[in-house]
Design a protein around this ligand. Sequence first.
Ligand SMILES: Nc1ncnc2c1ncn2[C@@H]1O[C@H](COP(=O)(O)OP(=O)(O)OP(=O)(O)O)[C@@H](O)[C@H]1O
Ligand SMILES: [Mg+2]
Length: 233
Amino acid sequence: MSFVEFEDVRKVYRTGEVEVRALDGMSFSIERGELAVIVGPSGAGKTTVLNLLGGMDSCTSGTIRLDGRLVSAMDERALTQYRRHDVGFVFQFYNLVQNLTALENVELASQICRDPLPAADVLAQVGLADRRDNFPAQLSGGEQQRVAIARALAKNPKLLLCDEPTGALDYRTGKQILGLLQTTCRNTGHTVVIVTHNLAFTQIADRVIRVREGRAASVKTNLHPADAQTVEW
Ligand SMILES: Nc1ncnc2c1ncn2[C@@H]1O[C@H](COP(=O)(O)OP(=O)(O)OP(=O)(O)O)[C@@H](O)[C@H]1O
Ligand SMILES: [Mg+2]
């Protein structure tokens, strides 16, 4: 059994008379410790995959497993625990609390989970040891995204889910963040899933899942993924 499994997952959104098949038989798997990139055009269903995998929404049919647990069968109560303890999220816009320092933002996340890593250590790990007492407004976009990554990692999650994590950043900073996610995956053994429309990101992935119209059009593994620093786009 793989660490992450999607089996024939369907997600239908109904708004009045209109039905949107966001996922239409999505199947793929990801192994523990891999850096997986989910790539595809706008509207292909990438964010829907992350929302289901992150327990923020439920699928219409099919099965979703993480580490042997059937996420797709969890009730609301179980999903709340799952979101708190098992998954960390990084979004395009960092969503930091503006009146808390970098360190406090990371501590905030640790407070709701069972087995957090020390906030100061995780901030040091993302290269921000000397900026811990700064407020978000005093940090650059890339630094704020580092805080958001530290916040997600401090929960010591089984899975780190990133939706367009470089979307709000310039080229150079985006590359640094991509590098940070790659080294985090390699050095800490976290399983990392990055959703993007940027095909260049596929070069750094252990596993590439291409999605189109709510399905996995192909799943490929890279035996020798490129270093994020060497990738150009
Ligand atoms: N809450 C919702 N209600 C209705 N339709 C939705 C909802 N969320 C997503 N959809 C639709 O489902 C489809 C897939 O959306 P999704 O956000 O997963 O795409 P995406 O691949 O992340 O796109 P993008 O690259 O633009 O972020 C789209 O047609 C979208 O309009
Ligand atoms: Mg999206």
